[in-house]
Design a protein around this ligand. Structure first.
Ligand code: ATP
Ligand code: MG
Length: 366
């Protein structure tokens, strides 16, 4: 089954900051750095390149500018063995970039230019390129046309994907609450989109923000309540990324019609695989790559969740987003050898444990 990954795409420019913290950055002062790294970021590049490294040949769709940064993006895709011909080019806007200020002694800060992502539109996607395959779209909160007019263009995009007979998948991003994206009517945007989505894969922070469940700590009741609300809106399944607490999955009866009866009415939680964490950049996107790999290979819900958390753990083990992603056969071998998992802090009373997964009270097999 073929996979198309579309949406937010940017170029990360990462000066190698040798010592100190962001406080060294003062007006009139120079901070000497040790060179620079370029990497592509955003849902398209991270999920797309991760799928490529796992052994798939995804088609990547995004919008870049007619500029030098756009040429660097194409070169990186070329070096990864990815066909860049489906990228749309904006003559007016530049390629989106982030300058990542990442000193060793403080948290990272970003200078981000949205650029061509803001003019991405449903016309940018040629749905005939992968007939009947998977269509994954990432980060509407970082793409102005996708949340303006209460998400009309986002709904149009997924209507077209469904008309083309595709399996649809959506990931979110956390908007800046004080920006136009943060003030968009997210609950309404999600509600109109969910009936067109087979697989919704947000993180708990994004979902809590969009469902207006503010300032709540991460607990299973919060996750389960958010999932129940999303299912009510008509999605096939929701996989909620819980950071170092793993990945929660809840499916509807429609998921059984789309992916086979064993996918219907499921409630599962996969803990993280234990790794020495070096960097969580791209953890969400690469976890999604593992999940879509399971869907593409028609695996069970249990195997799909396990692949997703395993690929995410490989990501976290490396500093860069996709640097730690091996071929799928190596991921499988590591799981088969008995890769230990991280203990969970969540209260799992009423859940059953088996084969590295937890089965929830609403699970049809639980
Ligand atoms: N410390 C960790 N060790 C192993 N796996 C991890 C760790 N942290 C996160 N993961 C895996 O990565 C997945 C995605 O992480 P997270 O929940 O932070 O997603 P996200 O918020 O979408 O991330 P991103 O910031 O990349 O968008 C988790 O569901 C988990 O499986
Ligand atoms: Mg994410």
């Amino acid at each position: 089954m073929e996979i198309m990954v579309a949406g937010h795409l940017c170029l990360d420019i990462i000066p190698k900051w040798p010592v100190g913290s962001l406080e060294a950055l003062q007006p009139g002062r120079i901070v000497q750095v040790d060179g620079v790294a370029f990497s592509t970021g955003g849902a398209v590049s991270n999920t797309g390149i991760a799928l490529r490294r796992l052994g798939f040949a995804p088609i990547l769709v995004g919008r870049i500018g007619d500029d030098y940064f756009g040429q660097i993006v194409r070169q990186i895709y070329h070096d990864e063995g990815i066909d860049a011909r489906y990228l749309a080019v904006s003559p007016g806007a530049g390629t989106s970039y982030s300058i990542v200020l990442s000193p060793p002694e403080s948290d990272r800060a970003f200078l981000h230019y949205p650029g061509a992502n803001d003019s991405f539109s449903p016309e940018d996607v040629d749905f005939t390129a992968v007939p009947g395959g998977i269509f994954h779209f990432g980060y509407p909160p970082l793409m102005a046309r996708m949340y303006q007019e209460s998400g009309a263009a986002l709904e149009e995009l997924f209507s077209k994907a469904k008309e083309a007979g595709m399996i649809t998948s959506l990931d979110m991003a956390m908007p800046d609450p004080n920006s136009p994206a943060g003030r968009a009517p997210w609950r309404a945007i999600i509600a109109r989109t969910m009936p067109l989505i087979d697989i919704f894969l947000p993180s708990i922070d994004e979902l809590a923000f969009m469902l207006e469940k503010h300032d709540q700590e991460l607990t299973l009741p919060l996750v389960r309540e958010a999932a129940a609300e999303i299912l009510q809106m008509g999605v096939g399944m929701v996989g909620i990324k819980l950071g170092d607490q793993g990945l929660y999955l809840r499916t509807s009866s429609q998921a059984g019609e789309a992916f086979g009866p064993a996918w219907a009415e499921r409630e599962l939680l996969a803990p993280c695989f234990l790794v020495e964490a070096r960097g969580t950049t791209g953890a969400g996107d690469t976890t999604i790559a593992g999940f879509l790999a399971g869907i593409a290979r028609q695996k069970t819900a249990e195997e799909t969740l396990t692949w997703a958390t395993a690929v995410g753990a490989h990501c976290v083990e490396a500093l860069s987003a996709v640097g730690g992603i091996p071929h799928l056969t190596q991921v499988e071998q590591r799981i088969e050898k008995g890769w230990p998992q991280r203990p969970l802090k969540l209260d799992l009373e009423g859940w059953t444990a088996a084969d590295g997964l937890f089965y929830g009270p609403l699970d049809q097999k639980g």
